[in-house]
Structure formats: structure tokens, C-alpha cells
Design a protein around this ligand. Structure first.
Ligand SMILES: Nc1ncnc2c1ncn2[C@@H]1O[C@H](COP(=O)(O)OP(=O)(O)O)[C@@H](O)[C@H]1O
Ligand SMILES: [Mg+2]
Length: 363
């Protein structure tokens, strides 16, 4: 098939997205697909074919701002003549439902979760409340809005103090650990909340879990989700922060993680259940925190367009679970096509139902 591979974009994960796209392109070609490079510059403009191909081939590692109104550059997408789209734009304007909505409006199949799931998983406050309501384990948290802080910062701080320290303070919408601070002293709490409010209007304050970070790759469709072996992140810093992810290279990725078989099975099952609760489809990496001591575990977050570089956890976990890269990306493409077919079928169902109603009315 002609697969439009969409990469780059406006988020801080621009370069990672390009690296992810290179890995996916290899897999797609090995699986017999034709790859059409669709690059998004750092200002959101759709770049021309030559620039996109240069990024995919490794000749450039960044698509610089084009400086036109984004809408004027969309011709590249509209005329690419692709049968299916594979968006691998991590973070905002890519992983959050916006790009998925664009694919829907174009009536083209696309890889990964749909609009609702993408948007829900990008917002930590919404995702946590949804999972919690279904009795899935999430870390205890308080939610703080900009208005609440303006109204009574003291009241907010009192509310947060009911949680045991250390605290993790995060912008509700975000990624790559941007704006996240670990707070070990009461005096630093307010500053951490204000810092996180630079990135979003809502902040999540969680109690910190001392333990291990584990990740599970999920793939499939409702009723037929599969979960991979478990991976482990060993942060090189106090936690897996922005520098550790992209600058220092200090973190270590271990797979499969050393875990009792029952714990691994429970994590896999919980990952699938969590993905079902958020209307998942296609793929996601579900991240867990496993507490030292009593061994309790919590879902930290669900990443709907996980890192896909050759050393990223998602493709590695599938490789170790017996699904090599070409098969992995081909499975994702087939899932996308299947969902699109079902949506068309349901759309026809609605239309024929309306027709029946109006015929009955007319008789
Ligand atoms: N409640 C917590 N307890 C312990 N560590 C945490 C907690 N929340 C986040 N972290 C640490 O911060 C990192 C980033 O947080 P995360 O919620 O995954 O945000 P992002 O979406 O930016 O990846 C995690 O990988 C982990 O190292
Ligand atoms: Mg994370």
C-alpha cells in the first residue's frame, strides 16, 4: 500500500519523531509497502517532498520552520495520494487527537488510536479520573487549576499536603517530562505548581512512588488486544526527566524486566484493561510504577504514539515478544484499514436507518 508517514511537528519531540519515522519506514518497506514521507516543520507547516525525504534518509535531523500559514502548505498532504496514513508525531498537535481528527476529515485510514482515546490519554487529569472510575490502579493525586491557585493558593497547598511527600507536580497536558518537578520539601511546592502552570491550565500533583518504572506494549483492537513482555526504565537521574530522556543519555532500558511471572501477567492484563477503558485501538505503551515494599503497582500513563526509534521500548518489546518490526508495522497498517472499513460500514448503517424512517413516514 502507499503509506503516508507523518513525522516531525511542533512539539519538543520533533527530532525523536523523525528518528521514529526512519525506523518505521524501514519496517514498512521490508513489509512491501511504499513509503510517502510527509514531514511537518517545527512551525506545523507541511514541508515539500524533497525536504521530507531528506529527513527520512538521515541527511537532516530537523525540519526548520517554513514561515507560511500552515493551511497554505497543506497541499502536500492533500495531493499525496496515500491509501493509509501513519502519524508518528509525538506530543501536542500529533498525539493528542488533533492530527487524528484531520485524518478522519480526510476519510483516510490512519494508524494508532482514534480521536477520543488520543485526546483523553494526552490529558493526565482526565485519563487518571477515567481509569480510577473503573477501579484501575492509579497514583493518588490532587488536581489544581489556574483559577483555584488565583482564588486561594493557601487552600490549594493545604489540599495537596494531605498527600504524603515526595510529590510529583506535572502539567496535566504534556509529555517528555516538560514542566515536571519532584518536590521533596514543602517550601518548594508552590513554586513547582506555578512552574507547571506555565505549560498548562491544570496541574496534577501526585504522591511519589519509590520503586521501579515498567512499560508494556499493547497492540490490537477491542476484543483482541495483545500485550508484550515487560520492559523497565532505569532513570539516570532522580527521575526520568527531560534531560535524562533526550540530553544525558543516562537512562537504561531493560527488556524483558526481571519480574515474577504472576506480576508480569497481572501488568499485561491491567495494560489491556486500561487501554480498553480509554477506548483504545491500534497501539499504546502503558507505563507503570511498581512500589518497593508491598509490590503494589499503578498505571502512570498511556502513551498513544510511543517512541518508535530502533532503540525505543515499543518496537523492542514486540521484537522480544516474537513480532519483528516489519510485521509490527504491517499489523498496525492492517488494523487502521480495518477500522476505516468498519466506520464506513457504520456510516452506511446510519444512512440506511434514516432512509427507512423517512420511507415509513412517507407511507
Ligand atoms: N507519581 C510518581 N512517582 C514516582 N515517579 C514519578 C511519578 N510520576 C512521574 N514520575 C517520574 O516522572 C517521569 C515523567 O512523568 P510522566 O507522568 O510519565 O510524564 P510524561 O508524560 O512527561 O512522560 C516518569 O517517567 C517517572 O520517572
Ligand atoms: Mg512518561
Amino acid at each position: 500500500m502507499r503509506v503516508g508517514l507523518i513525522f516531525g511537528g511542533r512539539s519538543v519531540e520533533h527530532k525523536v519523531s523523525i528518528t521514529s519515522a526512519r525506523t518505521i519506514a524501514q519496517g514498512l518497506q521490508q513489509a512491501g509497502h511504499t513509503v510517502v514521507p510527509l514531514g511537518l516543520a517545527t512551525d506545523g507547516c507541511w514541508v515539500d517532498e524533497t525536504a521530507a525525504a531528506a529527513a527520512l534518509a538521515g541527511r537532516v535531523d530537523r525540519l526548520d520552520a517554513v514561515g507560511l500559514p500552515v493551511a497554505r502548505t497543506m497541499e502536500r498532504l492533500l495531493t499525496c495520494d496515500c491509501e493509509v496514513l501513519f502519524p508518528i508525531v509525538h506530543g501536542t498537535w500529533g498525539e493528542d487527537g488533533t492530527l487524528q481528527g484531520l485524518c478522519e476529515m480526510l476519510d483516510l485510514p490512519y494508524v494508532g488510536p482514534g480521536v477520543t482515546c488520543s485526546a483523553v490519554c494526552m490529558d493526565k487529569a482526565i485519563a487518571k479520573r477515567l481509569l480510577e472510575a473503573q477501579d484501575l490502579p492509579v497514583v493518588d493525586a490532587e488536581y489544581v487549576t489556574r483559577e483555584a491557585m488565583a482564588d486561594s493558593a493557601e487552600g490549594v497547598l493545604r489540599r495537596v499536603r494531605r498527600l504524603p511527600m515526595p510529590w510529583f507536580v506535572k502539567p496535566s497536558i504534556g509529555g517528555s517530562s516538560v514542566g515536571i518537578r519532584r518536590v521533596d520539601q514543602d517550601a518548594e511546592l508552590r513554586d513547582a505548581i506555578e512552574h507547571a502552570l506555565r505549560f498548562d491550565d491544570q496541574v496534577v500533583v501526585e504522591c511519589g512512588i519509590v520503586g521501579r518504572e515498567l512499560e508494556v506494549a499493547v497492540l490490537g483492537k477491542p476484543g483482541a488486544f495483545e500485550a508484550s513482555v515487560i520492559g523497565e526504565i532505569v532513570p539516570g537521574a532522580a527521575f526520568y526527566d527531560y534531560a535524562d530522556k533526550y540530553l544525558d543519555d543516562g537512562a537504561r532500558l531493560l527488556a524483558p524486566a526481571e519480574l515474577a511471572a504472576e506480576v508480569a501477567a497481572e501488568l499485561r492484563q491491567t495494560a489491556i484493561r486500561a487501554f480498553e477503558v480509554v477506548s483504545g485501538y491500534g497501539m499504546a505503551r502503558v507505563d507503570f510504577l511498581l512500589a518497593n515494599g508491598d509490590g503494589s503497582f499503578f498505571i502512570n500513563e498511556i502513551n498513544t504514539l510511543p517512541g518508535f526509534t530502533s532503540i525505543s521500548m515499543y518496537p523492542q518489546l514486540w521484537e522480544l515478544s516474537g513480532r519483528p518490526l516489519p510485521r509490527l508495522v504491517d499489523d498496525l497498517v492492517q488494523l487502521a484499514v480495518e477500522r476505516h472499513g468498519r466506520q464506513r460500514f457504520m456510516d452506511q448503517g446510519i444512512k440506511s436507518w434514516i432512509r427507512e424512517l423517512s420511507e415509513r413516514d412517507g407511507s
